[in-house]
Design a binder for this molecule. Structure first.
Ligand SMILES: *[C@@H]1O[C@H](CO)[C@@H](O)[C@H](O)[C@H]1NC(C)=O
Ligand SMILES: *[C@@H]1O[C@H](CO)[C@@H](O)[C@H](O)[C@H]1NC(C)=O
Ligand SMILES: *[C@@H]1O[C@H](CO)[C@@H](O)[C@H](O)[C@H]1NC(C)=O
Ligand SMILES: *[C@@H]1O[C@H](CO)[C@@H](O)[C@H](O)[C@H]1NC(C)=O
Ligand SMILES: *[C@@H]1O[C@H](CO)[C@@H](O)[C@H](O)[C@H]1NC(C)=O
Ligand SMILES: *[C@@H]1O[C@H](CO)[C@@H](O)[C@H](O)[C@H]1NC(C)=O
Ligand SMILES: *[C@@H]1O[C@H](CO)[C@@H](O)[C@H](O)[C@H]1NC(C)=O
Length: 925
């Protein structure tokens, strides 16, 4: 063969120079290693390298003079004894039986086959490269019977040197036998035995049934597909065998030749475990051995990929045979086999394949020697191999490091879909993601992907207190195996690291304020600030009387000690210990992350502190001249005495449900009111009051609780939350005495009310007499703010008439509601106030006339809640300022400031009704 090849090369070189550029059939010099040929048993064997055929189309032409047979063609291959298949490495393998079509047979000793190998890049085989091969093999001697079980056919050939049937010397027969070759094969007849009966055909008819039958110089052969109508499946030692039982018959006048051309091949016999492939074939095939007791197994050998293996144990193969089976056990993954990746139902997995053959020779009396060859490519069932995602991320590097594996080398990564964006590997690399094929020592590989945490494609979420969750979602698209099937694998990797620095606050205090300083970095990105459950921003800060400032790096919050939101931890005669909590909450979940607390002690002489649990704490200052004995001060309920006192101050603490405290709803507020008064020493102790030396001392104290504000964490500080107010209140102190006090502390408004005799508002009714007016006369009320700065303006919020002095007595006749005249009960009219001797600052006065014609009362008191604000009229260019219309609603925010609220009562006045007048008249007369 080698000689032939050299010779061919020379021819081809010549051809090259002749045919270049003609566009016709070109004979080309074979690339080295592309074609490998060998003689294998009674077959030609040729391998065409996979690397050369990639993405190309192959055609093999069998040439016999003018006749050209073209492969691939499954039917022709089976009929002619050819196999064109692929080995486990993807190389194309061509095998042809020496007894196949178009084989030149020289005396059954040398066999030659000529073929053209055509390779084209086009499916229609345009412009092919053509390589011619002449395969030539010697084969001698043949065994009397040779059986080949190929992938696609079974073939039996037998010597026509018929078995000895008598002891008679056969010399005389011999000269006649060569004649058989010259006899037209049609003279032969075939008798098939099948379960359905016996069928005798001439050779041409047998060919129509799919069989090939012919004779050579010394042999006849029958080739059969695995499944024909005449074939029979039977089980021998547990292995299914496909058998065609036949007798070939040659008749010539006085000569009758009967030859058993039965062929039987295994149709299965493979089994698999996780680790091995087993293949068994019966040692003795009953249909091929008629006299079992004469059977002797002579030799068993095996081969892999067309090569005989002399020492199977060297490759961990196990070849065993006993009197029932010949068995081959191959560990999966052993030498000679190959893993292949594939995708089945969307699942990645692999198969392992190996091309085996088995050769068994035996003897028996009928056939002397039989050579039995089975060629069997074996592939394991699909073995799922779920890839895993290995997270090799080292958080400190802030780079996701993800490995997807393990895969066979026949898997390639084609597309990465990260965060929903499909990227080719090139695009991914342009985005600075690192992708690499990582080989493992086992020969497998993985795909390593690196993506920085800070890449926009990575999802980020603020979690827990100071952590960020980085989330990388990758959908890998892989090309799998020789078939390049698409496979998707999804990986969701997250990494949580504490990389958020929580702001740290610092606090400090002055005499009347607490301050909190916070760095502003990231604050509004992740968090919001809250006081209680109210968010802190410029508007709410302003409304609560806080002062919020910020520079580039820090914010500073100033909180006055009596502002809402303050928690009073200790209120005593000596000091007020107050705390302010600012809560840092996550914007998304509103979860509290941190609470900044400042705690300070303050020293005030006069104050009211209203606890959320309804405890009122009041420190009252002695303001009278001559001084009074503060120990004798009392609440409305005279049994409620100061808890502590000095010469200058008295300290009361009581619950709003005790000590005669009055309660009232107003707008959004619950208002509790009590009064601190002094029991004047009156002489004589019994009898009508006459002389008193002690000055009058009366302080009204209030607690306002907003019932809009329901939640308060402060209640917990004082233990059991009370049933009454839910929020911390604030409370002004009203000096009801008209005796000028000392320098007032900020909480108390000095407001007084008087009833005037006429609309000039110059003369009040005498102090010690009870004024009386006629029902048809207007009642003229003036409310005056004392001791305030000129810029402040007094407003009447709500005013009403009752029969009693009590703040919350029922049966009220409203005449001013929310700062405006309420005309529902009668006629109400504001009077303008001009500067005069008595009126230094008109804005400190409000005058109102009330005329209620059907008032059923005989004695009335006027009640007013008031507000003092910076006058908006100043900023509005001193427009004439009426009570309504301007001002009141301009500045809603400051309404909640405790300093601005007050309350006055005036009265009583006797109302003279017409019937009384008649009475008086009759009385007089
Ligand atoms: C096999 O048998 C079936 C049914 O008897 C028949 O239709 C078919 O043609 C036969 N095949 C051959 C190749 O003779
Ligand atoms: C049988 O063999 C002869 C000689 O090789 C050949 O000419 C003939 O075509 C063959 N017949 C068949 C049916 O293959
Ligand atoms: C013969 O070999 C086969 C396959 O190796 C095995 O299954 C069987 O048990 C063996 N029989 C005996 C009798 O050892
Ligand atoms: C991954 O991509 C494939 C193809 O686009 C899609 O069918 C599959 O649902 C994706 N997997 C996930 C988890 O998104
Ligand atoms: C990936 O690894 C990092 C670092 O070891 C770890 O913090 C993270 O929880 C891991 N993520 C997953 C999804 O396993
Ligand atoms: C995050 O918080 C944990 C516990 O709350 C703390 O141990 C850790 O030091 C914090 N890390 C940073 C960076 O602030
Ligand atoms: C911002 O205010 C803080 C707190 O008052 C102060 O410490 C810091 O120096 C100020 N920064 C600038 C840039 O003014």
């Amino acid at each position: 063969m080698v000689d032939v090849e050299k010779w061919l090369c020379r021819i081809m070189l010549l051809f090259l120079s002749f045919h270049s550029g003609t566009g016709g059939t070109q004979l080309t010099l074979t690339p080295p290693g592309f074609i490998e040929t060998a003689c294998f048993n009674s077959m030609f064997w040729m391998k065409l390298d996979e690397s050369f055929l990639q993405k190309k189309y192959l055609r093999i032409e069998i040439i016999n003079h003018a006749v050209v047979t073209v492969l691939p063609d499954k039917e022709v291959e089976t009929r002619c004894g050819y196999v064109l298949s692929e080995d486990v490495w993807g190389n194309r393998i061509f095998r042809a039986s020496f007894l196949g079509c178009h084989v030149t047979n020289e005396r059954d000793e040398r066999f030659t086959l000529t073929l053209n190998i055509k390779v084209s890049s086009f499916e229609d085989m345009r412009a092919p490269m053509t390589y011619q091969r002449v395969l030539s093999c010697p084969y001698f001697p043949w065994a009397p019977r040779e059986i080949v079980c190929e992938e696609n056919y079974m073939e039996v050939s037998v010597k026509t040197d018929v078995p000895v049937i008598s002891d008679v010397e056969t010399e005389d027969w011999m000269p006649a036998l060569p004649e058989t070759e010259k006899v037209a094969y049609q003279v032969w007849q075939l008798i098939f035995y099948s379960p359905s009966g016996r069928k005798t055909t001439v050779v041409s008819d047998a060919s129509k049934l799919g069989y090939s039958f012919n004779n050579t110089l010394t042999r006849v052969f029958l080739r059969s597909p695995y499944s024909t109508n005449e074939s029979e499946h039977s089980v021998a030692n547990g292995v299914t065998m496909s058998t065609v039982s036949s007798t070939s018959m040659y008749k010539q006048r006085w000569l009758l030749l009967l030859i058993d051309t039965t062929v039987s091949c295994p149709a299965d016999g493979t089994s698999f475990t996780d680790t091995v492939i087993r293949w068994t074939v019966p040692t003795m095939i009953p249909r091929l051995v008629l006299q079992a007791h004469t059977f002797t197994s002579l030799n068993v050998s095996m081969g892999v990929g067309g090569k005989r293996i002399e020492n199977p144990e060297k490759f961990n193969y196990v070849l065993e045979n006993n009197h029932t089976h010949v068995g081959i056990t191959i560990p999966i993954g052993a030498f000679g086999g190959r893993f292949k990746s594939t995708v089945s139902n969307g699942i990645y997995g692999m198969t392992w394949s190996i091309d085996l053959f088995l050769e068994h020779t035996w003897s028996d009396t009928d056939w002397q020697l039989t050579k039995y060859t089975v060629i069997k490519p074996i592939t394991t069932p699909f073995m799922p191999q779920i890839p895993t995602v290995v997270n090799n991320t080292i958080p400190e590097t802030r780079v996701f490091d993800v490995m997807l594996g393990v895969f066979l080398p026949d898997v390639t990564l084609v597309i990465l879909t990260i965060g929903g964006i499909p990227l080719t590997l090139k695009e991914a690399e342009q985005k600075n993601y690192k992708i690499s094929d990582t080989p493992f020592p086992t020969g497998m590989k993985g795909f390593k992907l690196e993506v920085p945490f800070d890449d926009p494609i990575v999802q980020k979420e603020y979690v827990n207190k100071n952590e960020t969750k980085y989330n990388l979602r990758v959908n890998y698209t892989l090309n799998v195996g020789p078939e390049k099937k698409l496979y998707h694998h999804f990986a969701d990797i997250e990494c949580i690291i504490a990389d958020i620095v929580l702001p740290e606050g610092t606090g400090y205090c002055d005499k009347a304020n607490m301050y909190l300083v916070l760095p502003t970095k990231d604050i509004y990105k992740y968090w919001s600030l809250h006081v209680g459950n109210r968010p802190l921003n410029q508007a709410t800060a302003f409304a609560d009387g806080y002062f919020l400032t910020a520079n580039d790096t820090h914010l500073v919050l100033q909180v006055p000690v009596f502002a809402p939101g303050i928690i009073y931890e200790e209120v005593s005669f000596e000091r007020i210990q107050a705390r302010f909590d600012l809560t840092l909450k996550k914007i998304i979940t509103m979860e509290t992350v941190n609470v900044f607390s400042i705690r300070c002690s303050f020293y005030f002489l006069e104050f009211v502190v209203c606890y959320p649990n309804g405890i009122m704490t009041v420190s009252a200052v002695m303001k009278t001249v001559p001084s009074i004995d503060m120990s004798k001060t009392r609440l409305k309920d005279r049994t409620c005495k100061p808890k502590e006192f000095t010469k200058e101050r008295a300290f009361f603490q009581f619950h709003v449900s005790t000590c005669g405290t009055l309660v009232k709803f107003e707008g959004d507020h619950l208002i509790y009111e009590n009064e601190i008064s002094f029991e004047r020493g009156i002489l004589p102790v019994q009898g009508p009051p006459t002389i008193t030396r002690d000055p009058e001392y009366r302080l009204t104290v209030f607690c306002y609780y907003s019932f809009k504000e329901t939640l308060t964490q402060r209640a917990t500080i004082f233990g059991s939350a009370s049933e009454i107010p839910q929020s911390s209140g604030f409370g002004p102190i009203m000096t009801r005495s008209n005796i000028a006090g000392h320098r007032r502390v900020r909480q108390a408004l000095n407001v007084m009310a008087n009833i005037f005799t006429d609309e000039s508002f110059t003369e009040t009714y005498g102090k010690h007499s009870v004024p009386s007016i006629y029902l048809w006369e207007p009642m003229l009320l003036e409310v005056q703010l004392k001791d305030e700065a000129p810029g402040m303006e007094l407003y009447l919020d709500n005013c009403w008439i009752t029969e009693s002095e009590e703040f919350n007595s029922i049966s009220q006749w409203k005449f001013i509601a929310n700062g405006c005249e309420d005309q529902t009960n009668g006629f109400v009219n504001f009077y303008s106030v001009l500067k005069s001797d008595r009126v230094k600052y008109p804005k400190h006065f409000k005058r109102v006339g009330v005329h209620i014609l059907n008032l059923p009362l005989r004695k009335v008191y006027f009640h007013c809640t008031v507000t003092v604000n910076i006058s908006p009229c100043v900023s509005l260019n001193s427009l004439p300022c009426k009570q309504c219309g301007f001002g009141r609603k301009l500045d809603q925010h400051s309404e909640t400031l405790p300093i601005n609220h007050g309350y006055v009562v005036a009265g009583p006045i006797l109302i003279l009704h017409p019937d009384q007048i008649k009475e008086m008249a009759t009385h007089k007369s």
